[in-house]
Write a protein that binds this ligand. Structure first.
Ligand SMILES: Nc1ncnc2c1ncn2[C@@H]1O[C@H](COP(=O)(O)OP(=O)(O)O)[C@@H](O)[C@H]1O
Ligand SMILES: [Mg+2]
Length: 226
């Protein structure tokens, strides 16, 4: 069974009196353990697609299933709980809380989920260790480089042990060497722990590192030679 599947999905946005169709007729299945990327020009629907797969948004038409359960009709509160349990999210601009140190940033989603501080700190330390930042627990984001901040964000995304991590252009604010290192890190976490990763990018060098590419154009998936 697919981990996530989208079937016949359209996404429209209201824009004044008209509607913009951002995604059209999307059929996509993602299996556990995949390492894949979405690419395509600006405006092709990458962010819209990742938001649907990440359960951050709902389709206008069509269905989204997570581990066989239809989730696109769930009330928002249940959708949020399902998302918190299964999906980690990494943002282009890192989105770390500036007044919290690296450890506290990683602890935050665990504590919101009801985990006690001591257990949350232990998990946070382990996650920071996994992304190569075990020594940097007490640093605030402004005391870390861009690449290190994105590693903290990846550690945070992994905190609750999600099956899937989605990352919308996670390297857009990083230089090309740092970008490659971030993709290598995601690859290592994918290989070692079986975490499914789906990220979007414009960078052909990063696309070379994935097992599967989804090419979007004008809101449709276009077939590519395997
Ligand atoms: N909130 C929104 N309201 C109206 N139009 C939107 C909104 N978000 C995205 N769009 C439009 O949907 C299309 C796809 O956008 P997006 O998913 O952001 O593509 P990408 O991430 O590939 O640049 C674009 O035409 C964009 O202008
Ligand atoms: Mg985008």
């Amino acid at each position: 069974m697919a981990f996530v599947s989208l079937s016949g999905v359209d996404k429209d946005y209201a824009l004044g009196a008209t509607a913009v169709r951002a995604l059209r007729g999307i059929d996509l299945e993602i299996a556990r353990g995949e390492f894949m990327a979405v690419w395509g020009p600006s405006g092709s629907g990458k962010t819209s697609l990742l938001n649907l797969i990440g359960l951050l948004d709902k389709p206008t038409r069509g269905s989204v299933h997570l581990e066989g359960e239809r989730v696109d009709r769930l009330p928002d509160a249940r959708l949020a709980r399902t998302r918190a349990r299964h999906i980690g999210i990494v943002f282009q601009s890192f989105n770390l809380v500036p007044v919290l140190d690296a450890c506290e940033n990683v602890m935050l989603p665990l504590q919101i989920a009801g985990q006690g501080a001591r257990a949350a700190r232990e998990i946070a330390l382990r996650r920071l260790d996994q992304v190569g930042l075990g020594e940097h627990c007490a640093r605030r984001p402004d005391q870390l480089s861009g690449g290190q901040r994105q590693r903290v964000a990846i550690a945070r995304a992994l905190a609750a042990s999600p099956g899937l991590v989605i990352a919308d252009e996670p390297t857009a604010n990083l230089d090309s060497e740092t970008s490659l290192a971030i993709v290598e890190l995601m690859r290592e976490l994918n290989r070692r722990d079986g975490v499914t990763f789906l990220f979007s990018t414009h960078d052909p060098r990063l696309l070379e590192r994935v097992d599967r590419r989804v090419h979007l154009q004008d809101g449709r998936i276009i077939a590519e030679p395997a």
